[in-house]
Structures are given as structure tokens and as C-alpha cells.
Design a protein around this ligand. Structure first.
Ligand code: NAD
Length: 260
């Protein structure tokens, strides 16, 4: 379905991004990976995509809090593939603390990575997409792009901001075949959430199972985690012709969390 297209998936050495990169490769897209991780494991992932899906896979270790790194990553994608047809702005981190205790450096990091980096990749990717009259920009939002939870000020602010960027991108790209949407997952059991389970268990003196059942999944009516494969399948759908009219939408995949 995506043969001949090139996808850049930020934060794809782990979790949701890794699943999306793998699924897009399975659909035939060439893929550029990005994110941190053990060099050998990242290389195994990259080589595995090429071997299993007969596509070209590249890797950029760009730190997306650095504007220069982002520009270099986009240049690398241009050199490898001519440009980026599918941009998945997925990299993100979390920090949990009350506002009055929220470390200023953590606020700056979360806004830079979860929000500002998507502005930079988008502004650098759009000219190629517009010239091709086709493009897909998938921004990784969250239920927290729509509703708040206490102690997640920076994350909630960044994800709400990303919603605004997505809608603006959708309007500017609309007549050029470019579609921009915000994917809004509920809880997914990735390393990002696993850290929160451990921290909460310690802080509240609960078992990990109690935290999962009574804290993490309390907000999710299905009482089940969303899986990375479900999000990757949804991303592939948005890149298919069936996604042609979906633009500027906040798309929940959260087991009913934000229906409440
Ligand atoms: P994860 O921790 O498994 O993966 C995060 C990825 O971002 C990794 O590849 C990491 O190396 C990369 N990264 C971190 N800092 C970076 C930096 N400075 N520059 C470049 N890459 C960097 O997390 P995940 O759960 O897969 O989260 C991915 C996205 O999904 C995030 O935007 C997150 O907010 C969002 N999300 C996650 C959940 C969830 O429950 N896990 C729910 C809703 C939304």
C-alpha cells in the first residue's frame, strides 16, 4: 500500500513509535527511525526492518530538543529518500509533579520535545509534501490532548498545543493533498507508562497490579490497555486512501476514557 513512500517516525526506538515504524515498513514504506537507545539494539531494529519487509531503513539519533539536530535529521531523510511523505511526530516524555514543585527544566524539556519539535519537523517536511501533492502528518497526542489529569501540567499543555498545531497544519495543507491528524491514545503499556506504574506503586505503597487496576486503568472504561499494534494499525489506516478525507481531527483510541 505504501510502496515508494518514505516515513519518518520520531521516537521509534521504543513503544508506540517502534510499532508504527514496523507497521509502515510492513506496508512497504521506506522508514527513517529516530530516538535514543543501545546502538546494537537500534541497528538490529533497523536491519530487521530491511530484512523482514524489503524496504530501506535509516536511523537518525537526533536529539529533538535541539533545533540543529532536527535540521540535520531532515537533511538526512532528504538525502536517503528525497524527502518525507509520512511524518509521525511521536517522540515524547512525561514528568509527574504538582505545578508548584514542577522542575522548570522538565517543563522546558517536555514543551521542547512533545510540542516544539513537531513544529520544526513539520515546517521542514511540508514543502516536499506540498510539491508532491500528497502527505501525511500524524501527531501523537493523548487523551491528555483533550482532558487534564493533576500533576501532568507540562504534558497536558504540550499535548493540547499539539492539537492546535495539528489543526493549523491541516488547514494549510488541505488543498495540497496533505493531511494532518492527532492520534489520541489512552494508556498503552510502554516503557513510558511502566515507569509511572513503578513510581506510583512506591509512592502509594501499592502492588504493581493494584496500580494498574485501580490507578492507571481506573479512567479507561474497557479496563484494558490500548496496544501498540492497535495504534500502528490506525496509523496505517490514516495513511491509506480511506484516510483521504480525515483532516485536522483529534482521533481518540482510548477505550472510552474521554467519552466520560
Ligand atoms: P516510550 O518511552 O516507549 O518511547 C519514547 C520514544 O521517544 C523513545 O524512542 C525515545 O528514545 C524517544 N525520545 C525520548 N527523548 C527524545 C529526544 N530528546 N529526542 C528524540 N527522541 C527521544 O514512550 P511511548 O509510550 O511509546 O510514547 C510515545 C508517544 O506516545 C509519546 O508522545 C507519548 O506522549 C504518547 N502517548 C503515550 C501513551 C502511553 O500510555 N504510553 C498514551 C498516550 C500518548
Amino acid at each position: 500500500m505504501l510502496k515508494g513512500k518514505a516515513a519518518l517516525v520520531t521516537g521509534s526506538t521504543s513503544g508506540i513509535g517502534k510499532a508504527i515504524a514496523t507497521r509502515l515498513a510492513a506496508e512497504g514504506a521506506n522508514v527513517m527511525l529516530n530516538g535514543f537507545g543501545d546502538a546494537k539494539e537500534v541497528e538490529a531494529l533497523r536491519a530487521g526492518l530491511e530484512r523482514d519487509h524489503k524496504v530501506t531503513a535509516a536511523y537518525s539519533g537526533a536529539d529533538l530538543t535541539r533545533t540543529d539536530d532536527i535540521a540535520q535529521m531532515m537533511d538526512q531523510a532528504k538525502a536517503a529518500f528525497g524527502g518525507v511523505d509520512i511524518l509521525v511526530n511521536n517522540a515524547g516524555v512525561q514528568h509527574v509533579a504538582p505545578i508548584e514543585e514542577f522542575p522548570v527544566a522538565k517543563w522546558d524539556l517536555i514543551i521542547a520535545l512533545n510540542l516544539t519539535s513537531a513544529f520544526h519537523t513539520t515546517r521542514l517536511a511540508l514543502p516536499f509534501m506540498k510539491s508532491r501533492k500528497w502527505g501525511r502528518i500524524l501527531n501523537m497526542g493523548s487523551a491528555h490532548a483533550k482532558v487534564a489529569s493533576p500533576f501532568k501540567s507540562a504534558y497536558v499543555a504540550a499535548k493540547h498545543g499539539l492539537s492546535g498545531l495539528t489543526k493549523t497544519t491541516a488547514l494549510e495543507g488541505a488543498e495540497y493533498g496533505v493531511r494532518a491528524n492527532l492520534i489520541c491514545p489512552g494508556y498503552v503499556h510502554t516503557p513510558l507508562v511502566d515507569g509511572q506504574i513503578g513510581d506510583t506503586a512506591k509512592a502509594r505503597g501499592l502492588s504493581r497490579d493494584d496500580v494498574i487496576k485501580n490507578v492507571i486503568l481506573a479512567a479507561q472504561p474497557t479496563k484494558e490497555f490500548v496496544t501498540v499494534e492497535q495504534i500502528a494499525g490506525f496509523a496505517a489506516f490514516l495513511c491509506s486512501p480511506s484516510g483521504d478525507a480525515i483532516n485536522g481531527a483529534e482521533l481518540s483510541i482510548d477505550g472510552g476514557w474521554t467519552a466520560q
